[in-house]
Structure formats: C-alpha cells, structure tokens
Design a protein around this ligand. Sequence first.
Ligand code: RB5
Length: 144
Amino acid sequence: MIAIGADHGGYELKQTIIEHLEVQGIKVKDLGTFSDDAVDYPDYGHAVANAVLDGTCEKGIVICGTGIGISISANKVPGIRCALCHDCFSAEATRLHNDANILALGARVIGPGHALKIVDTFISTPFSDDERHKRRISKINYQQ
Ligand code: RB5
C-alpha cells in the first residue's frame, strides 16, 4: 500500500495520482488534505512518514506547492528518506542508491503527466541492495 498526503497546493495532483494508482490495482492510503482549503504542509508530511514507519504502507508520496516544505517535514522523522524528484532519472536513482521510502513532488513545479511518470518510476524501481549504498544509508542519521 502507498501512503499519500498533500497540502492545499498539492491537493489536485494528489487526486490525479490516487486515480492513476488505483486503476493499476495499487492500494492507496489517502491521509489528506481533502479539499483545496489552506492547511499546513508539515501535518501531511508527518502523517505519511508515520504510515511508512509503522509499516502500514511500504512507500509514501507527499506533495505541496514546491515539494520543499513537505519533504523537509517528512525528513525530520527518523528512518524516513524522502526524495524531492522532478525528473525520472532522480526518481530511479534515489530508489537504487538511497532506498528512498517517500517521494516528494511540487505540484506548482511540474505538470501532472510528468508527475505520473515520476511516480511510476519511483514505485517500480527496487533498491539496488549494493553494500556501498547500504553503508552510506547507514551513515545518514547524523550524530555529534
Ligand atoms: C503553500 O502556499 C506553499 O507554501 C506550500 O505548498 C509549499 O510550497 C511549501 O513548501
């Protein structure tokens, strides 16, 4: 199952992505927002992060206007590797190299057709499982 969440800036693209995934038979957990009324992006970034961390969902997608605020918010949750990707090369690389568990998109940055290709790439690309990437991922959590 894929968790998805957006603020008002990402609401419309969220609905497009949900429809796109559901017609492929992919189950989606919609964590809001449920209209284009203004809301606060951290609430939705954290909700998706928690759904991924507790194992309810294997991956997540977060969307705001730029994708920046909601990706920063999701990445504050330990164990989350949220990648803001506006091209398919990055979406593939972040799965192969970073084992990213959440994709962030900016609905005011790219169009829906491009966004859906990025979503498909992110979801269908497995982690490489290479030792060098595992080692680097294990060093991500910073400790002074
Ligand atoms: C909301 O207006 C906007 O600030 C938000 O969607 C996002 O772009 C923040 O990073």
